[in-house]
Design a protein around this ligand. Structure first.
Ligand code: GCO
Ligand code: MN
Ligand code: MN
Length: 386
C-alpha cells in the first residue's frame, strides 16, 4: 500500500533530488550526482517522470561534444527505465546577466538573450518529449522601481511570451505554457506574484489558450495565502496546466519542504482538489531534502513526498465515502431549487420574481453553519481515528 507507481504521475526535477544543499550561508553538503543516476533512482522509487532546466542537463559551459554525450547518456537512462520527461523549463536566474531580470530586464540586450536562451531550451525539452513548458520568472522583479520599469515590465513580459508562443507554433512543438507565480525570493518583489495576477495577465496575451499556470504550494504559503484557494481558481479558469507540490512555513524564507511535512490540512485539500477535479497532469514535487541529509535522506525525502500524497489521496476517498461527513456537508450546502432557478440566469421575469421574494431572514441569520463539526471530522480522518 502507498507504493508509488508510474500511473500516479509523480515527477521530480533534476534540480530537486540533485540539489547538493548549499544555501546563502553555507556551501554544498552533498556531492553532485549525474542525471542518468537520478533517473535510475527515481524509477526505482516508482516515479513517472523527471523534469529539467536546460542547464540542469547541459551545463552552461559544455562543449558540443560534451553536450552530445550527456544527451546520449540521459536518453539511454530514460529508455532503460521508462521514465518520461513531461516538463521542461529555462534557467533564467543563475547567470549574472539575469541579475536584474530576463524577459523584463531594463536592458534590451538581456531581454533578447533571454528569448534566445529559451528557444534553445524549448528545442532541448522537445527533443526529450516535454509537453509542458514552465516559465518561472525568478529574476523578473525589482528591489528598486526605477522610472517606468514596473509598467514596461508587463509589456516586455507579454512581448517575450507572444514571441515564444509563435516559436512554439512554428516549430510544431505543441507545448502548453505554464506561468509559475511567486511573491518574492530571489527578488524583493517578483512580477505576477499570485495565481490571480498570472491569470489576469494571460488574458492579455496573443495566444491565451496556450498559456496556463503552475501554482506552487510554498509560494502562496510564503505570502500567507491559501494554496487550495489558488489551485481552485486555476481549476475554475481551466488553467491548471501543471502543479509544484512541496511545503513551507508561513513567513519563513523559501523552504521547499517535503510535500505534506508541515501543513497537513492544506495538503489534504490540495490533493482533494487535484483528485476530485480530475486533474490529469503530473504531480510534480518541486522540493528539496533538508540540508541536514546525506543521499539516504534525499531518497527518504523523495519517497516521503509520494507516499504522503498517496496517503492523503486515500484520506480523500475515505472523506468522500464517510456517511457522517457527507450528511454534515449535505446540511451545510443548503439547497433551494426554486431560488436557484431564479438566480441561475438573468431575465426581467426572474429579476422581478426575485424582487418579490420574501426571505426568512431571522431564520437564516440565527442558524449556525456546522463547520466546527465538519472540521473536527476532517481532523479525525487526517489523524487516523476514523
Ligand atoms: C523556486 C521555483 C523554481 C521553479 C523552477 C521551474 O522557488 O525556485 O519554484 O524551483 O519551479 O525553476 O521553473
Ligand atoms: Mn519555489
Ligand atoms: Mn517551483
Amino acid at each position: 500500500q502507498y507504493q508509488p507507481k508510474p500511473e500516479h504521475k509523480f515527477t521530480f526535477g533534476l534540480w530537486t533530488v540533485g540539489n547538493p544543499g548549499s544555501d546563502p550561508f553555507g556551501s554544498a553538503v552533498r556531492e553532485t550526482i549525474s542525471a542518468p543516476y537520478i533517473v535510475e533512482k527515481l524509477a526505482e522509487l516508482g516515479a513517472w517522470g523527471v523534469n529539467f532546466h536546460d542547464n540542469d542537463l547541459i551545463p552552461a559551459d559544455a562543449t558540443p561534444e560534451q553536450e552530445r554525450q550527456i544527451k546520449k547518456d540521459f536518453r539511454a537512462a530514460l529508455d532503460a527505465t521508462g521514465l518520461v520527461v513531461p516538463m521542461a523549463t529555462t534557467n533564467l536566474f543563475k547567470d549574472p546577466i539575469f541579475r536584474d531580470g530576463a524577459f523584463t530586464s531594463a536592458d534590451a540586450r538581456v531581454r533578447a538573450y533571454a528569448i534566445q536562451k529559451t528557444m534553445k531550451a524549448m528545442d532541448l525539452g522537445a527533443e526529450f518529449g516535454a509537453e509542458t513548458y514552465v516559465f518561472w520568472g525568478g529574476r523578473e522583479g525589482t528591489e528598486v522601481d526605477a522610472g517606468s520599469r514596473t509598467l514596461d515590465a508587463m509589456a516586455w513580459f507579454r512581448e517575450a511570451l507572444n514571441f515564444l508562443a509563435e516559436y512554439n507554433i512554428s516549430q510544431g512543438y505543441n507545448y502548453k505554457f505554464a506561468l509559475e507565480p511567486k511573491p518574492n525570493e530571489p527578488r524583493g518583489d517578483i512580477f505576477l506574484p499570485t495565481v490571480g495576477a498570472a491569470l489576469g495577465f494571460i488574458a492579455t496575451l496573443d495566444h491565451p489558450e496556450m498559456v496556463g499556470v503552475n501554482p506552487e504550494f510554498a509560494h502562496d504559503t510564503m505570502a500567507g495565502l491559501s494554496f487550495p484557494h489558488a489551485i481552485a481558481q486555476a481549476i475554475d479558469a481551466g488553467k491548471l496546466f501543471h502543479v509544484d507540490l512541496n511545503d513551507q512555513k508561513m513567513g519563513r524564507f523559501d523552504q521547499d519542504l517535503r510535500f505534506g511535512s508541515e501543513n497537513y490540512k492544506s495538503a489534504f485539500y490540495t490533493v482533494k482538489l487535484l483528485e476530485d477535479s480530475g486533474y490529469q497532469g503530473p504531480r510534480h514535487f518541486d522540493a528539496h531534502a533538508l540540508r541536514t541529509e546525506d543521499y539516504d535522506g534525499v531518497w527518504e525525502f523523495a519517497r516521503g513526498c509520494m507516499r504522503t500524497y498517496l496517503i492523503l489521496k486515500d484520506k480523500v476517498e475515505q472523506y468522500n465515502a464517510d456517511e457522517e461527513i457527507q450528511a454534515a456537508l449535505a446540511e451545510y450546502f443548503v439547497k433551494d431549487e426554486a431560488l436557484s432557478g431564479l438566480t441561475a440566469r438573468f431575465s426581467p421575469e426572474n429579476a422581478q420574481k426575485l424582487k418579490d421574494t420574501s426571505f426568512d431572514l431571522d431564520g437564516i441569520r440565527s442558524k449556525g453553519r456546522g463547520l466546527e463539526k465538519i472540521d473536527q471530522l476532517t481532523a479525525e480522518v487526517l489523524l487516523g481515528v476514523r
